[in-house]
Ligand binder design. Structure first.
Ligand code: MG
Length: 381
């Protein structure tokens, strides 16, 4: 059988490296066409030797020149144009979008326009331009397979989307689930980055602590599955064993359960519609799990979740605004410039100021994104 041709955008990040671990386990099924990483030269160097991609894209000119000397047979690209070039190559059967931030949007759109299926781990793509991306994917017959564990769980549960009434997205609750509002207010970046269940990049770990991550996932789920916001619930489930669930019109609830591991959703997206053993390391046991706890999220403690629902329901550019303000506020928090609870205050302020554009074009999305970021940085200052 012909090997699946795959490219990974963001190969040196948390999802990218785990995707390569999955691929290493099932090398007979895949060929790496291209890898794109940041400026972690050592890691990308190792990945080139191991997976022998034809094309590699790095961020800086300096990194590109260094790798060019070392790998004369590899085509080296740089910057955002490089990412778009990789994503426009029709030899790809599937592209994994594993970068975080708005940088994921343009390459995803390029791939979708070129009728290449996507395994999507980047949240911003659908938060910023869900309508445009999903419409373009539909027109081009492209599958967008979610890698996020919750959306992957929902995707696994759905047999016929027309009969799905409600999505139930689970959340671990993050490191501050049982902390008081005062403790959350004074949380340091260090405490915030100590996530109890998942080991992820810094930005998404802060988002998990404020529950903004869950809010972004609600917006993503709305676009991916076409379910209205009032029918998307978020439930806190500290054990992170039930990865999400759906309810059918007849009241049947189907949930996807398993040990918390990103390898499973990554592998599911890479091999879909096939299902294989692959990298599976351990079976889930109901007896070992002992208990499944569930509770309602506390919106007083975690106002970001409320803001995300409001932005999603407002639609248009509101999610763009939410995302841009949040990202800049998170960066400021990580640099010690603001407190954790100020993230939600900043996002709320930016949301209340945004001008309404109902169905923004992709150019408008980027324009507004830059505008809100500049305003947020100004406000923080
Ligand atoms: Mg998730």
């Amino acid at each position: 059988m012909k090997k699946k041709q795959i490219s990974i955008i963001g190969s040196t990040g948390s999802i990218g490296t785990q995707a390569l671990e999955v691929i290493e386990k099932i090398r007979d099924k895949f060929e790496i066409l291209a890898l794109a990483g940041g400026d972690n030269i050592e890691l990308i160097n190792k990945q080139i030797r191991q997976f022998k991609p034809k094309t590699v894209c790095v961020k800086s000119f300096e990194a590109k020149t260094r790798l060019e000397k070392e790998f004369p047979d590899v085509k080296l690209l740089g910057g955002d144009e490089g990412l778009e070039e990789i994503c426009s190559n029709k030899e790809n059967d599937l592209i994994v979008i594993a970068v975080s931030g708005k940088i994921g949007l343009k390459p995803t759109l390029a791939a979708v326009k070129n009728k290449i299926n996507i395994a999507l781990a980047n949240k911003e793509t659908l938060v910023m331009a869900g309508e445009i991306v999903m419409k373009t994917a539909k027109e081009n017959g492209v599958n967008i397979l979610p890698i996020d564990s919750e959306h992957c769980a929902i995707h696994q549960c759905i047999k016929n989307i027309a009969n799905v009434e409600r999505l139930i997205i689970t959340a671990s609750g993050g490191p501050f689930l049982n902390k008081s509002i005062d403790e959350i207010k004074n949380a340091t970046p260090e405490q915030t980055l100590a996530h109890p269940q998942w080991n992820m990049g810094k930005k998404i770990t802060v988002d998990s602590a404020t529950l903004m991550n869950k809010g972004l996932e609600v917006i993503e789920a709305h676009h991916l599955f076409g379910i209205s916001y009032e029918n998307i619930d978020v439930i806190i489930h500290p054990q992170s064993l039930v990865h999400s669930a759906i309810e059918y019109v007849d009241g049947s609830v189907i949930a996807q359960i398993g040990l918390p591991s990103m390898h499973i959703p990554i592998q599911y997206a890479l091999t879909y519609p096939e299902r294989i053993e692959g990298i599976k390391s351990k079976s889930f046991s109901f007896l070992d799990a002992k208990r499944f706890d569930f509770e309602q999220p506390d919106l007083e403690k975690f106002p970001c979740l409320k803001l995300a629902y409001a932005a999603g329901e407002a639609g248009g550019i509101a999610p763009v605004c939410l995302n841009a303000a949040n990202e800049e506020a998170v960066f400021a928090f990580l640099q010690g410039k603001i407190k954790l609870y100020e993230i939600s205050q900043i996002v709320e302020k930016m949301l209340s100021q945004h001008t309404t554009v109902k169905s923004p074009s992709i150019e408008e999305v980027f324009e507004i994104d830059s505008e809100i970021r500049a305003k947020t940085i100004e406000l923080i200052r």
